[in-house]
Design a protein around this ligand. Structure first.
Ligand SMILES: [Zn+2]
Length: 321
């Protein structure tokens, strides 16, 4: 073994470090584009980051504060004065030439921290005019405001938009707005204007159980967060399933371990808990891929059963086939 004198080695390392420092003096001030690709059978799935929203931990109900604190600390969830950092994600699914977008982000509805789905879709190399179908999980602003571009026009000029009959009946009806809790009323006019250009063009479809849907997709009833919330199951063509489950989970560090903890904005908390348990159990039993609108970006992975509770298993960064 040749003996390397310590002192000269240290000098070489210091010189190398100095050179590297000189070459990397440009510090980026922006994150890389919020795009992530995952191949699932015949599907090329692209997660599109819309931004983050702060949810106050007090919005979690049904679990004592000590347990909430313990789970949040174990999950290392970033938190500032406004609340817990919560991602907003949409998902583009390409099958052959057919493009399906599940949810659309918040666009202009929630301020400058959100609204990046359209830009990230373009950064991923897709033309919004090529999107064939937009599947909405529900009619909340962070899922449908992105139907409109910055000019208030249809962002997806050729797409058919699919919204459940139950959510359409609630969120598009001025009569239900008048009877809604005050903190929710702002969302009604946002929902009506987001779908307006599509409805005017005859490209807004309301569906109920048993109605025909685009090929290869199934709407699973997961109501409770909203009256007509659905989770979209997409057949990969090779026997695997992708479940794009929308707002089944808002607080990932808490609600996998404690599925009975709910979000105060849920329209029917008992139904939301039942739906969360059912979606998690089915996803775990079927070994389905799952994509979640408020799971840490890219929010693509699997659900593992742990007794009466569950755990989130993020997918691993992988080459495309
Ligand atoms: Zn949401």
């Amino acid at each position: 073994m040749p003996r390397i004198p310590l002192r000269p080695l240290a000098i070489v390392l210091l010189l190398a470090a100095g050179t590297a420092h000189a070459r990397t003096s440009h510090v980026p001030h922006q994150q890389v584009p919020g795009i992530y690709h995952q191949q699932i059978g015949d599907l090329q799935v692209t997660a599109l980051f819309d931004g983050t929203v702060a949810l106050p931990r007090q919005a979690l109900t049904g679990l004592d504060a000590g347990a909430v604190t313990r789970l949040l600390e174990q999950g290392y969830v970033p938190e500032d004065g406004k609340g817990l950092q919560t991602a907003v994600n949409a998902y583009l699914v390409q099958r052959g030439e057919h493009l399906t977008l599940v949810d659309t982000g918040a666009a202009q509805c929630f301020g400058p921290g959100l609204g990046q789905v359209l830009g990230n879709l373009r950064a991923a190399g897709y033309d919004p005019a090529d999107v064939d179908d937009v599947l909405l999980t529900h009619a909340h602003p962070d899922h449908l405001c992105g139907l409109l571009d910055a000019q208030g026009e249809a962002a997806f000029a050729n797409a058919t938009v699919w919204l459940s009959q139950a959510d359409a009946a609630y969120w598009l009806d001025p009569a239900s707005e008048a009877g809604a809790p005050q903190p929710l009323r702002f969302a009604f006019p946002m929902a009506r204007s987001a779908v307006a250009p599509y409805a005017a063009a005859g490209r807004l479809r309301h569906f109920a159980a048993g109605d025909a849907l685009p090929a290869g997709v199934t709407a699973l009833d997961s109501h409770g967060h909203t009256p007509g919330h659905v989770s979209w199951k997409i057949d990969s063509g090779d026997g695997r399933q992708l479940l794009v489950w929308g707002d089944v989970v808002h607080f990932h560090a808490v609600q996998f371990a404690q599925p009975d903890a709910s979000y105060e904005a849920d329209s029917d908390r008992a139904a939301a808990i039942a739906s969360r348990r059912r979606m998690m159990a089915d996803a775990a039993a079927g070994r389905w891929w799952v994509a979640g609108a408020h799971l840490p970006f890219p929010g693509i992975g699997h659900v593992r059963r742990e007794g009466e509770a569950f755990a989130w298993v993020p997918g691993e960064f992988s080459p495309l086939m």
